[in-house]
Design a protein around this ligand. Structure first.
Ligand SMILES: Cc1cc2nc3c(=O)[nH]c(=O)nc-3n(C[C@H](O)[C@H](O)[C@H](O)COP(=O)(O)OP(=O)(O)OC[C@H]3O[C@@H](n4cnc5c(N)ncnc54)[C@H](O)[C@@H]3O)c2cc1C
Length: 436
């Protein structure tokens, strides 16, 4: 079957505006020199990146066979509520479903509960855990990430991490029975889970090796502000401290800090980051270095093999160090690009400004760009004290990042400006909000 390729239809989701962000030059591809023969596309990873890729392929006019191979026993569900509404408001699982009108209308074969074990890039052939093989004309890798583990606590009851629905079910059950929780790691997930546990009435302590929470996402000043809000709610922080081990036999009873102090706890939640789920690709011949290395359109450099979402690191003209964004919006935006790359005769290099949000207590925070210690900060449209403002971060004269505390519209406006061409100067961004 030969597919003639159709124009792009734009879509809008939280923080997403794929068309507006694609303004960098075309990438020359093998595929774009002519029409392709595509009968069958396999997508590995049946979650956000995988589902949105299938949706985008169908939107782009692909009518052939699609097989989705997903390790989890679930159809695609949304992860962000797992650390928030699923714990605090006891959301029904049905509310997590990601497919807007069910997966049926996508007319794809969903293989759930079946992990891919290896990939032959030349033959475009996958070996699955049940011993079967799937061969396709193009393969999209969206296997996400898995939580990093501590070198101790393995097998101890009450020591949990949060990445998937099965983890969230366990955590919800544990929260109902544990009066005291220690959260290890004060990144986004750790801080969200800490807030959720506190809202469920638990005594919550947070242990973090850095001097403030959320430093990597928000910088120390705003991270400290979020900590203040948590403290007002009764959460206790142990900052600049590492942990030496866990107490308890069979069931955790406490956490020992590097200074010798022990924090009693029936529940420990480890949120120290995640690593890309790419070990099954070892030996496949792909370039892997903290994620599958891809060009600015998701191609791995092996014809017909693409990667996206949390498991991939794309080239990005704005960020020479090629960061791996573990953000919901990145996975969605990249899915549009990969579908275009597979289907269209022309593909634009993607150079997005990253976007991530977090909800903790009544703080709704969104971040565009990347903050570094040493960035100049200018606060406008409110004040830090009232927890409603826009903070602009300047580096080398450019607007490097913006943070909105309950300022979603203005934050999205700044993100758009940062994504236009060379971006916007810090002085212009500040001047734009001078009256506020
Ligand atoms: C608790 C939580 C809260 C979050 N909150 C936010 C938020 O507020 N804002 C935000 O921007 N981002 C948030 N994120 C991040 C966001 O959810 C991720 O960036 C997004 O899910 C990435 O999508 P993905 O499809 O690349 O990976 P995933 O969603 O991790 O999906 C990958 C899928 O691939 C499967 N898989 C792995 N290996 C294999 C294999 N070998 N074979 C087959 N299948 C495989 C996995 O089981 C999984 O189902 C949150 C993440 C978590 C875990």
């Amino acid at each position: 079957m030969v597919y003639c390729l159709l124009p792009i239809t734009g879509r809008s989701e939280r923080g997403v505006s794929s068309r507006a962000l694609c303004r960098t030059p075309m990438v020359e591809t093998i595929e774009n020199r002519g029409l392709k023969m595509l009968n069958h596309i396999a997508v590995v990873g049946g979650s956000l990146a995988g589902l949105r890729t299938v949706e985008a392929l169908r939107r782009e006019g692909f009518e052939g066979r699609i097989t989705v191979i997903g390790a989890e026993d679930e159809l695609p569900y949304d992860r962000p509520p797992l650390s928030k509404q699923f714990l605090v408001d006891d959301w029904e699982e049905e509310k997590l479903a990601l497919a807007r009108n069910g997966v049926e209308e996508l007319k794809a074969d969903w293989m759930v509960g079946c992990a891919a074990e290896s990939l032959d890039v030349e033959a475009k052939r996958l070996k699955l855990a049940d011993g079967t093989h799937v061969e396709a004309d193009a393969i999209v890798l969206g296997t996400g990430a898995r939580p990093l583990r501590l070198p101790f606590g393995e097998g101890l009851e009450g020591v949990l991490a949060l990445r998937n629905l099965a983890d969230a079910r366990r955590l919800r059950g544990a929260i109902a029975n544990a009066p005291r929780v220690v959260v290890v790691g004060a990144g986004f997930i750790g801080m969200e889970v800490a807030a959720s546990c506190r809202q469920k009435g638990l005594d919550v302590s947070v242990v973090e090796s850095l001097p403030a929470p959320l430093i990597r996402g928000l910088g120390s000043r705003l991270g400290e502000r979020v900590a203040k809000r948590h403290r007002e709610e009764g959460i206790v922080f142990h900052l600049g401290v590492t942990i030496d081990g866990f107490e308890g036999e069979g069931q955790v009873t406490g956490v020992t800090l590097s200074g010798g102090e022990t924090l009693p706890a029936e529940l420990v939640i480890v949120g120290i980051g995640a690593t890309p789920a790419t070990e099954w690709l070892e030996g496949a011949g792909l370039e892997i270095d903290d994620g599958v290395l891809c060009d600015a359109t998701g191609s791995t450099g092996h014809e017909g093999i693409y990667a996206l979402g949390d498991c991939a690191r794309w080239l990005n003209a704005r960020y020479p160090e090629r960061p791996r964004f573990e953000h919901w919006t990145s996975a969605v935006e990249q899915s549009n690009v990969v579908a275009q790359r597979i289907m269209h005769s022309e593909t634009e290099a993607f150079a997005p400004v990253p976007y991530v949000w977090t909800d903790q207590f009544n703080l709704r925070i969104a971040i565009a760009g990347e903050i570094q210690e040493g960035d100049e900060m200018h606060v406008c449209l409110g004040s830090i004290e009232e927890d409603r403002f826009l903070a602009l971060f300047g580096r080398e004269g450019r607007l490097a990042a913006a943070v909105g505390f309950k300022r979603p519209r203005q934050l999205n406006g700044m993100r758009r400006k940062m994504a236009e061409g060379e971006g916007i100067s810090f002085a212009d961004a500040v001047a734009e909000h001078a009256e506020s």
